[in-house]
Design a protein around this ligand. Structure first.
Ligand code: NAP
Ligand code: ZN
Length: 349
């Protein structure tokens, strides 16, 4: 089946309208009419071939919400009309230790929503900047938010789970002091989620203009990271720092803010490496530096339900498909509060 999409033919080309083929739903597949898709900074890294290995045409998008159009004969969990989400994972091996632990995100055979091998044409997966997607039921999430919030739910499928998973893994809750570095799509969700989990939250930003907004998102304190005095006031005090920055920067400036046994988790994935941290900043206080990638399917459902229960959605700006290129430029300038979401109805016609 041919559907309309938006994608790029090369890393140095803008995205443009194109048509792609979706497979007919198999016995375990769910066919979804996409209503909204968030624009993640990973989409930009990938479609501009910054991470290398991008296959073209590339149709990005892994923050997908929509409605079930049809289901395969063996699908029992979903029915046409259900409101569902698809995040960053559309397949995995289903039998390794990671899959059995519900951590499909760490399966060596994980298939991402775009730019991963698939038997479907053209040979690699194509994402949510499109009218429809067909996905095995195991990777389909249930959305329990009210209908009018759907566009703002879309970013939970990546920005939400990517921040929720490390916050839960490192047991963030009341009595814990948590820093969130970078107030973009991921960072603003990190602030909301850490606050909802009961932690004391400090937001770190390079943008003085985001100071007040960060408090409204739930930060107890805001530090402009370019200001050495403001940084020094928090020395040796954090249990966890979640670093979402999409560019290489000085990690040591944040490591020294961790208390003994504290840890910094990197989720930002810059195209070029950070300079190595000074190991003494780790050794001296038994600090750790870790990374974390999205989250498993069960954990993503848990996050969606937690957000529905606590009334949490992303702060978004809804855009038309023909505004995607402009949205990328604005995201690079930090000019977004805090996530662009595509209205996929604008792909029609
Ligand atoms: P985003 O909306 O562009 O936000 C990134 C934020 O980082 C910016 O708003 C800015 O915040 C800060 N920043 C940007 N450039 C900076 C610089 N040169 N120095 C210091 N701070 C800078 O991006 P996003 O969608 O949240 O994604 C963030 C990163 O996470 C990307 O690299 C993306 O690929 C990665 N990611 C990883 C995973 C995972 O599973 N680990 C999942 C999704 C995305 P301030 O203005 O507040 O400083
Ligand atoms: Zn993403």
């Amino acid at each position: 089946m041919l559907v309309n999409a938006y994608g790029a033919h090369a890393g140095d080309q803008p995205l443009e309208p194109l048509q792609i083929t979706r497979r007919a739903p198999g016995a375990h597949d769910v066919q979804i009419d996409i209503a909204f898709c968030g624009i993640c900074h990973s989409d930009l890294h990938q479609v501009r071939a910054e991470w290398h290995g991008t296959q073209f045409p590339c149709v990005p998008g892994h923050e997908i919400v929509g409605r079930v159009a049809a289901v395969g004969a063996h699908v029992h969990g979903f029915r046409p009309g259900d409101v569902v989400g698809i995040g960053c994972i559309v397949d995995s091996c289903k039998h390794c230790a990671d899959c059995e632990d519900g951590l499909e995100n760490y399966c060596d055979g994980m298939i991402g929503t775009y730019n991963f091998p698939t038997p479907d044409a053209p040979g690699w997966t194509l994402g949510g900047y499109s009218q429809q997607i067909v996905v095995h039921e195991r990777y389909v999430l249930r959305i329990r938010h009210p209908e009018e919030q759907l566009a703002a739910v879309a970013p939970l499928l990546c920005a939400g789970i990517t921040t929720y998973s490390p916050l839960r893994h490192w047991k963030v809750g009341p009595g814990k002091k948590v820093g969130v570095v970078g107030i973009g799509g991921l960072g603003h969700m990190g602030i909301k989620l850490a606050h909802a989990l009961g932690a004391h939250v400090v937001a770190f930003t390079t943008s003085d203009s985001k100071r007040e907004a960060a408090r409204q998102l739930g930060a107890d304190d805001v530090v402009v990271s370019r200001n050495a005095e403001e940084m020094a006031a928090h020395a040796k005090s954090f249990d966890l720092i979640l670093n979402t920055v999409a560019a290489p920067h000085d990690l040591d400036a944040f490591l020294v803010l961790l208390k003994r046994d504290g840890g910094m988790t990197l989720v930002g994935a810059p195209a070029t490496p950070h300079t190595s941290p000074n190991v003494f900043n780790l050794i001296m206080k038994r600090r750790t530096l870790a990374g974390s990638m999205i989250g498993g399917i069960a954990e993503t459902q848990e996050m969606l339900d937690f957000c529905a229960e606590h009334g949490i959605v992303a702060d978004i700006e809804l855009v038309r498909a023909d505004q995607i290129n402009e949205s990328y430029e604005r995201m690079l300038k930090g000019d977004v509060k805090y996530r662009f979401v595509i209205d996929n109805a604008t792909l029609a016609g």
